[in-house]
Design a protein around this ligand. Structure first.
Ligand SMILES: C[S@@+](CC[C@H](N)C(=O)[O-])C[C@H]1O[C@@H](n2cnc3c(N)ncnc32)[C@H](O)[C@@H]1O
Length: 334
């Protein structure tokens, strides 16, 4: 059914609901999070390792123009079809598919278009991120991993984190995994004047990249970065300076350990909230492996599944998962 091709092309909103037919290519790079070497090639066997990998091949979003063209031509191809207007079986399927495509594919853009709490630091970070040639930085050896903008929180998720920060009114926030600091910018914009946000990231390049933007804004002084493997940085955090809000978003295989360390080292203030990103991890925690179109992700998917079950059964934690983007789980102590 040629006109159903559009079901298989990229739209982040659509990917939320159905598997895609994006080509599976090798993970761009492998690097254990605690040993930040930069291997030049990723043999297939290595791809089963659980270290942080940076960007996954096959997950790149299409350029806006290309995506528009693809989706527009798909919609044009099924013009006139709707879930209600059909006279034969294949037309009915096309109509239902088109309606599903519009319903799911239009969701994220619509939510984004009616959400408006993004501020100037967020905008500056996003503008710089969109202009940065990540492939070139990686190929020249400037970055520790191969990155792409899809590794950042998107506007809707960042605005949600910003609203959580407003609601929590925290004095101290910890972000574990910063990338370009879009989430950190959202937090900084919502912090009170005497608030502070500490981001942990393994890649020193990102500290400079984010620092350049933050230094242009007075509120940027609220932000600082600790460079190194997150678990090593967490061991150095002073136990007497507790955090009211924590955003967990680094190595998916280490999530459980991040939360354990927060509890063991008593780093959480009374009533502290933890927000954990990617807890739906592309649907892998609940999808059978035979549907994997990007099998290299399965390792992280299984770790997130285990983490989610561990959280749900933890006697000292209460938790709720929200279906925002790739899944965001809120956690607090009972
Ligand atoms: C998904 S991105 C973070 C996105 C960010 N929270 C935002 O709001 O856009 C994950 C980041 O974690 C970092 N990272 C991966 N493994 C790490 C580790 N073991 N320790 C510290 N940072 C790590 C990567 O360098 C990357 O910048």
């Amino acid at each position: 059914m040629a006109s159903m091709r559009f079901l298989l092309s990229g739209s982040s909103g659509f990917r939320r609901g159905l598997v895609t037919a994006a080509p599976v290519v090798g993970a761009a790079a492998m690097g254990a999070s605690s040993s930040p070497s930069r291997p030049s090639a990723a043999p297939a066997a290595l791809c089963e390792m659980k270290g942080y990998t940076g960007r996954f091949g096959g997950t790149e979003k299409l350029e806006t123009g290309a995506r528009g063209t693809l989706e527009n031509s798909a919609l044009e191809a099924s013009a006139g079809k709707s879930a209600a207007r059909w006279s034969i079986h294949c037309e009915r399927i096309e109509g239902v598919a088109k309606e599903l495509f519009c319903l799911i594919g239009g969701l994220d853009p619509y939510i984004s278009s009616v959400s408006n709490c993004s501020g100037p630091i967020m905008k500056a970070i996003k503008d710089k991120m969109d202009k940065t040639n990540w492939d070139s930085l990686w190929s020249q050896g400037h970055t520790m991993f191969s990155y792409g903008p899809e590794m950042s929180t998107d506007p809707t998720e960042a605005m949600t984190i910003k609203m959580f920060t407003f609601m929590k009114s925290p004095k101290r926030v910890l972000e574990i995994g910063m990338f370009t600091g879009y989430g950190a910018a959202a937090i900084v914009e919502a912090l009170p004047a005497d608030g502070e946000c500490v981001s942990l990231d393994i890649d020193p390049f990102l500290q400079r990249w984010v620092g350049e933007v933050m230094s242009k804004f007075p509120e940027g002084k609220k932000h600082s970065v600790m460079v190194g493997p997150a678990l090593e940085s967490m061991a150095k955090l002073p136990a007497n300076k507790k955090f009211d809000f924590v955003f967990v978003d680094a190595n998916k295989s280490e999530y459980k350990r991040y939360v354990e360390v927060l509890l063991e080292r008593d780093l959480l203030a009374d009533g502290a909230m933890i927000a954990v990103d990617n807890t739906l991890y592309c649907g892998l925690p609940y999808m059978p492996a035979e549907y994997d179109t990007q099998p290299k992700r399965r390792g992280f998917g299984e770790d997130i599944k285990e983490f989610n079950a561990w959280l749900a059964n933890h006697p000292k934690l209460m938790t709720v998962m929200l279906p925002i983007r790739d899944g965001v789980t809120l956690v607090r102590k009972r």
